[in-house]
Design a protein around this ligand. Structure first.
Ligand code: UT7
Length: 323
């Protein structure tokens, strides 16, 4: 597997912490010091589909393949207005592709799970190019009348075109069933045969538990993929971590004993965009010329499930387009 094109798109509306304190009992000082988030982009006039299509078209352009050369689309998405059909099939129609499509929902670990799946597809004769798109709108599952989780998230989309190659050096994925730590519950349609009371609940989060699971699992995953690939920490150019909370990133960095400059971040501007955080950051690093052929990258994420994933990539470069 090798990444040959990246793209990303964010909503135009940028919401500051002060804008949130106009209707929530919170303040910039609390949010900045506890999370590192200063602003987040929130979908208002555009739709999630608009963002996904922009990100995908940019990744296709950069990869220099034709849209008809895409053999599979994997879309990572927590929630969108359609429970069916798949969001990937809706994106497929908009971009004019004609390949099989599937959605995955492993929350914020989606990009790493998708890379692992794409790698398996690409090892077969059937598949030459896979489009991965992570499109997320967590702003529509949080409770905007509560300050605990709503302040953390933002919306966004990012895409990558991956083709045959040997850049993925190691992957490690985990799922450990844990509903209580982080969940969003939908109320299903009325069914005359179901007698129990049913409720929908906006995103429920046990912040302290997520924090603890995130740090311990990410450190363990990263050490595992480094060991599997035979790469030393010092050889890694960037640790591209899920952008959930600056304090989580700092704790992982301190555990690994690595310098600050190896941990790029953008959560201060975008908040936590679920599975889109890593590919958005990767696209930014790519487009700002911070990645050069031969760089070693470690990607690591965690999310509801509880899922985690990490991988090591030997970056061989895309046909970069400057935004
Ligand atoms: O993709 C996964 C997404 N989730 C995460 O990454 C969450 C990981 N966890 C965290 O980042 C942290 O646990 C939080 C940032 C969510 C919370 O930080 P904390 O240090 O664990 O705070 P806390 O929940 O212990 O709350 C401390 C205080 C409480 O007040 P009292 O009881 O001490 O009076 C909260 O009610 O801060 C209060 N509080 C707030 N105050 C102002 C909670 N949220 C807010 C808020 N603004 N937004």
């Amino acid at each position: 597997m090798k990444i040959i094109g990246t793209g990303s798109a964010l909503p135009s509306l940028s919401v500051s912490n002060d804008m949130l304190s106009a209707f929530l009992d919170t303040n910039d000082e609390w949010i900045s010091t506890r999370t590192g988030v200063k602003r987040r982009r929130i979908l208002s006039t555009e739709t999630l589909l608009d963002l996904a299509v922009i990100a995908v078209e940019e990744a296709i352009k950069e990869s220099k393949i034709d849209v008809t050369d895409i053999d599979y689309i994997i879309c990572s998405n927590l929630v969108n207005i359609y429970a069916t059909p798949t969001f990937s099939s809706i994106i497929q129609g908009k971009i004019g592709a004609n390949c099989p499509c599937l959605d995955i929902n492993v929350a914020c670990s989606g990009f790493i799970y998708a890379l692992d799946m794409a790698d398996a597809f690409l090892r077969t004769d059937k598949t030459k190019n896979v489009l991965i798109v992570c499109a997320e709108e967590p702003s529509r599952i949080v409770d905007w009348t509560e300050r605990d989780a709503s302040i953390l998230f933002g919306d966004g989309a990012a895409a990558a075109i991956v083709t045959k190659g040997k850049d993925l050096k190691a992957t490690h994925l985990t799922t450990t069933s844990n509903i209580d730590a982080l969940f969003y519950q939908r109320k299903l349609e009325f069914n005359p045969f179901v007698k129990r009371k049913e409720y929908g609940r906006p995103l429920v989060m046990n912040g302290k538990e997520i924090y603890r699971l995130a740090v311990s699992n990410s450190v363990s995953d990263i050490n595992k993929v480094l060991e599997k690939s035979g790469i030393k920490k010092d050889e890694v150019k960037f640790f591209v971590l899920h952008q959930a909370n600056m304090r989580i990133i700092v704790a992982i960095r301190q555990n690994l004993g690595q310098p600050e400059e190896k941990f790029p971040h953008n959560l201060e501007y975008y908040g936590n965009t679920a599975s889109a955080t890593i590919p958005i950051l990767l696209d930014e690093l790519n487009k700002t010329n911070q990645l050069v052929k031969g760089d070693i990258l470690v990607l690591s994420a965690f999310g509801a499930g509880f899922t985690t994933g990490a991988c090591v990539i030997h970056w061989s470069g895309t046909n970069k387009i400057i935004k």
